[in-house]
Structure formats: structure tokens, C-alpha cells
Design a protein. Structure first.
Length: 252
């Protein structure tokens, strides 16, 4: 549903107490939303998702918090379900095909040759030197490798096998690792020191995730630098966070 009444969402949250368990939600009814914008929410016995718009440190942000019951609910979708599929599809179409509750763009992989690409446990691209890569294992946990960490394809394959990696995304940089902000001064993608729309994915704790976009929309044309994203994800309490493709891809 959608509502401007935060107490309607709180009723949904209260009904999901068994799913939420010991998780501490970042959403709360007292958040000051931008212009009383609508809150979107979805809840069943296996997933709780809440999205809202909030100004954070002067940035115009879309924030989404998701808790899932099983790691199999966290998936990557490629156009045509095939690496290198020749037809482009927007995220909305891919989300509809997947019957997704929540979806966001990741790395526009077909038009970049940076980073390591794993899909359904298979290694499809192994460019190890230029960017940080984010992996998701069979337990729904985020893992990272840094640019230049691996020296051979065999090392990458061993990492995938040892950590039961299901898929990866390659954009970056890493924003937060082990609860600490990762400072990045230079990076080959994303114009990190300029103001653009930004998109970030973070893990708060087990099967508990946060997605934030900083948008050049609604009269807020500045956007943010990558350092802004790192601070925001850290302050929300993410143990791990990673930057996805920004700019036009992150417009909400």
C-alpha cells in the first residue's frame, strides 16, 4: 500500500513482529519526510519492505528498508536471464518479470568491462584490477573484494567456492565495511568527487537491508558525492554498504 499516515505503516510493522524478531528497524513513525510524501510498504509472512523520502544532511534521499525470511528471496535478475543478452530491459520490466516486491538497478554490466561478474554461481567476467566488487553468498550476506586483491582467475574461483557466492555486482566503491566508513579518494567509475544522483545498497544485519538513493530531483539539483553516500549508510547502521550505478540510473 501507500499512505501519508505513518501510523498506518506502524500497524503493518506491529503485525510483522514475528518476522522482525530482534531486528531494529530504521524506519519509525517520527521520521520527517519530505513534503509529507507517501510511504510505500509491503508485508507478508516472508518479507517486510518500507520506502520513504527523507532529507538527510541536506540531501534528497529515497530510503528503503527490507527484511526477508529466507536468503533465496534476494536475487539478481539479468535481461533474458542470460549473461550478455543482446536486448536491453529497464529495471521496471525485469522487476515485473520477477514479481519483485522491491528492485533497483545495479551495475549496467553489459556496457562495462570492469570488475568480477558472478551469476548463478558461475564466473562470467574476471577483470580484477580496476574496481571493487560486491558478492552475495547463499546466506544473503554481502562480501567484498577490492581492486587488485586477486592475482589470478583461479584465486577468484576459489573465493567464489569457499564463500558459496551466488552472484555479484561490479560498480563501487565499497562504502562501509565491518561498520566502518571506507574513504575513497579516486575511483575509475562514478565521478565520485562530483555531485550526481547516487545509489547504495547496504546490509544492517542478517537478512536485513537498506537501499538509499540521493536524487537530483524535486528541485534538489545538487545530488551528492560518494562520500555523502558512505556517511549516510554508516549513520543508518549498515555493517556493509556498496555504491551501485548512479547518475541517470539512480533517478527516482
Amino acid at each position: 500500500g501507500e499512505t501519508t499516515d505513518p501510523m498506518e505503516v506502524q500497524e503493518v510493522v506491529d503485525s510483522a513482529s514475528e518476522l522482525i524478531g530482534d531486528h531494529e528497524l530504521r524506519w519509525n513513525p517520527d521520521i520527517e519526510r519530505i513534503n509529507n510524501t507517501k510511504i510505500s510498504y509491503y508485508c507478508d509472512e516472508t518479507i517486510l519492505a518500507i520506502s520513504w523520502r527523507q532529507r538527510i544532511d541536506g540531501e534528497y534521499c529515497n530510503v528503503s528498508e527490507v527484511i526477508i525470511a529466507d536468503p533465496s528471496q534476494l536475487r539478481r535478475k539479468l535481461a533474458g536471464d542470460t549473461f550478455g543478452y543482446p536486448v536491453q530491459q529497464p529495471a521496471t520490466a525485469l522487476a515485473a518479470e520477477s514479481n519483485a516486491v522491491f528492485a533497483l538497478n545495479a551495475d549496467y554490466y553489459k556496457f562495462r568491462y570492469n570488475g568480477i561478474c558472478v551469476y548463478q554461481r558461475q564466473l562470467y567476467r574476471c577483470e580484477m584490477k580496476t574496481v571493487d566488487t560486491c558478492y552475495f553468498d547463499e546466506n544473503g550476506n554481502m562480501l567484498f573484494s577490492r581492486a587488485g586483491q586477486f592475482s589470478s582467475e583461479d584465486e577468484v574461483k576459489k573465493f567464489i567456492d569457499d564463500n558459496n557466492v551466488l552472484f555479484s555486482v561490479s560498480f563501487g566503491p565499497i562504502l562501509v565495511d565491518n561498520g566502518e566508513i571506507c574513504e575513497t579518494k579516486t575511483y575509475p567509475l562514478g565521478n565520485i568527487n562530483e555531485n550526481y544522483s547516487r545509489s547504495s545498497f547496504g546490509q544492517i544485519d542478517e537478512l536485513h537491508y537498506l537501499m538509499v538513493t540521493i536524487n537530483r530531483t524535486g528541485g534538489h539539483e545538487e545530488g551528492g558525492r560518494i562520500a555523502n553516500s558512505a556517511i549516510i549508510m554508516h549513520d543508518f547502521g549498515c555493517e556493509k554498504a556498496y555504491a551501485l550505478d548512479g547518475g541517470q540510473t539512480a533517478e527516482h
